[in-house]
Design a protein around this ligand. Structure first.
Ligand SMILES: NC(=O)c1ccc[n+]([C@@H]2O[C@H](COP(=O)([O-])OP(=O)(O)OC[C@H]3O[C@@H](n4cnc5c(N)ncnc54)[C@H](OP(=O)(O)O)[C@@H]3O)[C@@H](O)[C@H]2O)c1
Length: 212
């Protein structure tokens, strides 16, 4: 499979590339900083240089693929403007690019608990931006999977997760999120679904199969 990951140097993305490569897939990662290109190559992905905030149409950078993953985000420390321009508009530009290029499958890294906004003003804007991006994807006509992890940690993955339509707050290592995304990409029967995701007791494949 050919997979394009927007936010190619993100922490989840960098854990996802080697998993996908190991499974025999071809991965392209969209990055905006040339100095990150070697990191991507080492992780098994081909870097493509594009700033998804600056370009209105990113389809030529996305190119041909079987699936896209939105793993970008303005990140902690960014202001309200970049929540709209990356977390919402970047995701929407990837939807538009997928549609234009005939790519049918889109996996979104969203977040759990967005329906009850909390935190300071900037965090609330982030949550609204994610809600709007998810809504745009649901309405896009693409075959979608919206993965909504709890608080992300850099702990080593355990391979054990909990998946449900709604979960109480909790956390999950980024490595386990990457494994869930890889499994979702490979199982095309998982389509037009969204789920909360936390650390748990089930193997990734079991948790996914029991949910869908
Ligand atoms: N933190 C949490 O607890 C939590 C919980 C649930 C869900 N999430 C979601 O999970 C997502 C992925 O998490 P993560 O930790 O892997 O994210 P991350 O490490 O912050 O990665 C986000 C990536 O997006 C890239 N990016 C930002 N602006 C860009 C632009 N204009 N053009 C191209 N790339 C751009 C960044 O690149 P640069 O290096 O160029 O900035 C960065 O590599 C988050 O963005 C968030 O929405 C987070």
């Amino acid at each position: 499979m050919k997979i394009v990951v927007a936010g190619g140097h993100g922490k989840i993305a960098m854990l996802l590339h080697p998993i996908l490569k190991e499974k025999g897939h071809t991965v392209k990662g969209l990055i905006r900083k040339e100095e990150q290109a070697d990191d991507l190559r080492k992780a098994g992905a081909e870097p493509v240089l594009v700033d998804i905030e600056k370009e209105d149409d990113i389809s030529e950078f996305v190119g041909e693929a079987d699936a896209v993953v939105f793993a970008a985000g303005a990140g902690a420390g960014s202001g309200k403007e970049r929540k709209w321009s990356v977390d919402r508009d970047g995701a929407i530009k990837l939807i538009e690019a997928a549609k234009k290029n005939g790519i049918e499958r889109y996996v979104m890294i969203s977040a759990m608990g967005l329906e009850t906004p909390r935190g300071d003003e900037v965090f609330q804007v982030y949550q609204q931006a994610k809600v709007q991006a998810d809504e745009a994807l649901r309405n896009s006509g693409l075959n979608y999977v919206i993965v909504k992890p709890g608080r992300l940690t850099n702990d080593e993955g355990t391979g054990k997760v909990k998946i449900a339509e709604k979960l109480d707050r909790g956390e999950i290592p980024r490595e386990d999120v990457a494994h869930v995304i890889a499994e979702v990409l490979e199982d095309e029967s998982i389509e037009d679904v969204e789920f909360d995701l936390l650390s748990g007791k089930d193997d990734v494949s079991v948790a996914l199969q029991e949910f869908v």
